[in-house]
Design a protein around this ligand. Structure first.
Ligand code: Q46
Ligand code: ZN
Ligand code: ZN
Length: 345
């Protein structure tokens, strides 16, 4: 299923979500202007029209950028774009706010899903005259995500995340960008925090910040959407007429991140605002206590003996992944899925 232009029309009285459900009751009024509301946001105890929803999103992004000193007006920004709502929304919001931001898309080789996603990103960039760089894993590194998952016996998201992190970082450094932006939103960050807390993974908890400074061979990385939810970003795209890939990645099924999101959504449904208070409260009260507890901060990093990138071992995880995956015969995404569409373990 894909977002269609008809659902994106700003004049539509009520915005419908990805499951075609209205985002507020027909006849609802905007809290600010009393005009027809397009969305109900229980965590703000308010409904908003298209214009005031956009105003709220702009303010929340600006507050995150200011509070965490994410960006300067003259920064050259590289946005990691996937074709999904969050990364296209953050790129749109940054351009609208007057920042200079280019995009980078990585072709992961996940069958039709990757082909469709790449198309959405390219159209978004072309329609707005924005600079877009594309890296294709198969063409440039001799592997794709399904093959890497099989070759390394990692779960697909682990092989994929490692590849994306490394290539986004490298492109930001090679391109001389001041900062790398990702579209992680409040739901993403709260779900990751939930998982890290369940495992009491101190290294990951200490690194779970909306800004990671440049250094140790890494670019500065920031997440301007940490104060905005997935639903708010979907609504932003719909009222702004941004077409994005709506279908889920076929190999995301069963990923623990999704089950953490569902659990937090159940809590949020009973206690609107709980998700924001969990994550933003962590940043305010817990993160300062964990400062200095990462490998980078304690100076436990070496240079990879092959590529020179920072690593805790001799050869970095990315070099090991490329070596194994590029030597493996290509694995089509369908081979990772059972007949019922589940990911094979
Ligand atoms: S693309 Fe890659 Fe995601 Fe698909 S394999 Fe997992 S990490 S779910 S954002
Ligand atoms: Zn309004
Ligand atoms: Zn390496």
């Amino acid at each position: 299923m894909m977002a269609t232009p008809s659902r994106c029309a700003p004049s539509s009285p009520v915005v419908r979500d990805e499951r075609e459900q209205p985002m507020t009751a027909v006849g609802s009024k905007c809290k600010v202007c009393k005009g027809p509301a397009v969305i109900d946001l229980p965590r703000h105890n308010a409904k908003f029209c298209a214009e005031h929803l956009q105003q709220l999103c702009r303010r929340q992004m600006a507050k995150a950028i200011d509070d965490f000193d994410m960006l300067s007006p003259d920064d050259r920004i590289l946005v990691a774009v996937s074709g999904g709502k969050d990364s296209l929304a953050v790129w749109d919001m940054l351009i609208e706010a007057g920042y200079h931001a280019d995009g980078l898309y990585i072709g992961l080789g996940i069958g039709d899903y990757s082909n469709d996603s790449g198309g959405y990103v390219q159209r978004f960039a072309d329609e707005r005259g924005l600079q877009l760089q594309t890296i294709d894993l198969r063409d440039e590194y001799g592997y794709d995500v399904p093959t890497a998952a099989r070759a390394t016996k990692r779960v697909p998201c682990s092989a994929c995340g490692l590849s994306k992190r490394r290539l986004f970082d490298q492109a930001a450094l090679d391109g001389g960008y001041d900062v790398l932006v990702t579209g992680h939103n409040l739901d993403d960050e709260a779900a990751v925090l939930f998982g890290n807390t369940l495992r009491w993974d101190i290294e990951y908890l200490a690194r779970q910040l909306p800004v990671l400074p440049a250094g140790n061979g890494f670019p500065k990385k920031v997440k301007p959407l940490v104060r905005l939810t997935e639903r708010e970003m979907a609504a932003w795209c719909l009222v702004r007429g941004i077409d994005y890939v709506v279908e889920e990645c076929p190999i995301a099924a069963g990923n623990r991140h999704l089950s953490y999101k569902e659990s937090l959504n159940a809590v949020e449904a009973n206690s609107p605002g709980a998700k924001a208070s969990f994550y933003l409260g962590f940043l305010e009260r817990m993160a300062p206590l964990l400062a200095g507890m990462t490998a980078a901060a304690t100076g436990d990093l070496n240079d990879c003996s092959r590529c020179g990138s920072p690593t805790t071992g001799d050869v970095c995880a990315f070099c090991r992944l490329v070596e194994k995956s590029s030597a493996h015969e290509p694995v089509p995404v369908e081979m990772l899925l059972t007949r019922g569409g589940k990911v094979r373990r």
